[in-house]
Design a protein around this ligand. Structure first.
Ligand code: MN
Ligand code: MN
Length: 457
């Protein structure tokens, strides 16, 4: 029925039905798989983003129309000047480059029962047991005495060793099996196996495997144990992202929260040649631990960038006015309806895989606590924008009321008075070492962000 007043979300699969469309979706998916396979940390992601932007003509010079402002390799603001005065407000998309992981402690190297291990302190919300008994890679930076920075990425190439956390065998896990999950997997037991060969010495030595490891670190990398104190080393799942399913309809990989939105936002920015309004992407760090810190969304960095923008492109305008006229998307993922755990979702307001990017009017928990609650006018204008451009979209909440919740960077952007709403694809196994996305959600999210940037309203 043509004038049926009932609402029905449109499947993105029906939207990209033709062979031609499917090929476009596959091409974009392959490029995305390469990106997330290469970018495992916030630093690697920001470095890759800067490289791609530089190739596309972005520089740090505000005399130009395409500008990028990096912050210590951990966050980055990128903007294209529109033909219209930026004083009228800009269009902004913000995504985050950090993902849950295991950070090495400041004094990581230990030896127990002849095994040399790295002690870790996990970063972000993760289910500890998912990180056991699986190959891990070590990424990060070590500043050696004297200030030289060594960039580390060990465990990604096929001929490199990997690392792992050993798990308890089921034969002896009877007591563990009786415990609550949170108690069964102790955060202090997330110790990563680094080696076990003892150092060769004349007389008996304490912790010979640990000593051997320190020898290797010094001989192979020029790194001392003290250098590790100030290092940033992150253990992440080893290996590339992959297509999932016989039909290659999904993508499995680490860090899709939030690099799927980050990639779509970046590619949307690059797809718009001469925008009418000024368009920008803010790439944040630290979202997974509450957006604190200099490179997180609660910092003043975005404000400083807008102040620079005003000084260079619209000196008569005040940054606060630009902020108040800015329309923004907080580009982050949400939970897809889990086929095996449907009871944690309220199905009428749950996101379905394959139904396009998901609007979350609000996030938060315990009665929308800690949420940005987007206004109806802005939300409706985006709905109209996407309908006009025939972009599949859906609307959802993270899960059932009171079952938990989560936040995004939206509230930190809203603090500036801009209109902002969350919009990003749904994932299965969110925050796990192998998150799942749908290829049509990936593609339609890219299209949605492009339409947002290009649209006249
Ligand atoms: Mn996220
Ligand atoms: Mn997250």
């Amino acid at each position: 029925m043509k004038n049926d007043p009932a609402y029905k979300a449109k499947s993105a699969w029906e939207h990209y039905e033709s062979d031609e469309d499917r090929q476009k979706v596959m091409k974009f998916s392959r490029e995305y798989i390469d990106f997330i396979s290469k970018c495992k940390t916030e630093r690697e992601t920001i470095a890759e983003v800067a490289k791609i932007l530089a190739k596309a003509g972005f520089s740090e010079d505000w005399q130009n129309d395409k500008v990028m402002a990096p912050l210590r390799g951990k966050a980055l603001f990128a903007v294209i000047k529109g033909s219209e005065d930026p004083a009228n407000g800009i269009k902004l998309i913000a995504a985050h480059a950090d993902s849950p992981r295991l950070d090495l402690k400041q004094r990581p190297i230990t030896e127990q029962a002849g095994i040399a291990q790295a002690r870790t302190h996990y970063y972000g919300g993760l289910k500890r047991y998912q990180w056991l008994a699986r190959p891990l890679a070590l990424h990060g930076v070590v500043i050696v005495d004297g200030g030289k920075k060594i960039e580390v990425a060990i465990g990604e190439k096929p001929d490199e060793p990997v690392f792992c956390i050993a798990d308890l065998l089921p034969h002896l896990a009877k007591d563990q099996g009786q415990k609550k999950v949170a108690e069964a997997f102790d955060g202090e037991k997330l110790n990563i196996v680094l080696g076990h060969e003892p150092r060769k010495t004349e007389e008996e030595e304490k912790e010979p495997a640990r000593k051997k490891l320190l020898d290797i670190l010094q001989q192979k990398y020029g790194v001392t144990e003290e250098d590790l104190i100030t290092a940033e080393l992150e253990a992440v799942p080893a290996g590339p992202a992959r297509f999932v399913g016989l039909d290659e309809s999904m993508i499995g990989g680490y860090g899709q929260d939030d690099r799927i939105c980050l990639y779509c936002a970046l590619m949307a920015l690059l797809a718009v040649e001469k925008p009418r309004q000024t368009i920008a992407v803010m790439f944040w760090d630290k979202e997974e631990i509450g957006s604190e810190g200099a490179s997180g969304a609660s910092s003043r960095f975005l404000q400083y960038c807008i102040e620079d923008l005003c000084r260079s492109w619209c000196p008569q305008a005040s940054p606060s006015h630009v902020f108040l006229r800015t329309r923004a998307i907080s580009a982050d993922v949400t939970a897809g309806l889990d086929p095996d755990y449907q009871d944690v979702h309220e199905k009428q307001n749950a996101a379905l895989m394959g139904y396009g990017p998901v609007f979350s009017k609000y996030t938060g928990s315990g009665g929308k606590y800690g949420a940005n609650d987007a206004d109806a006018e802005f939300y409706a204008s985006l709905r109209a924008m996407f309908n006009k451009a025939a972009i599949p979209w859906q609307a959802a909440e993270l899960g059932k009321v009171g079952l938990g919740g989560g936040g995004t960077v939206a509230l930190f952007m809203a603090a500036y008075g801009m209109q902002v709403i969350d919009l990003g694809p749904a994932l299965l196994s969110m925050h796990s070492p192998f998150e799942l996305s749908s290829i049509v959600d990936l593609y339609s999210t890219w299209e949605a962000y492009k339409v947002f940037f290009m649209s006249d309203h």
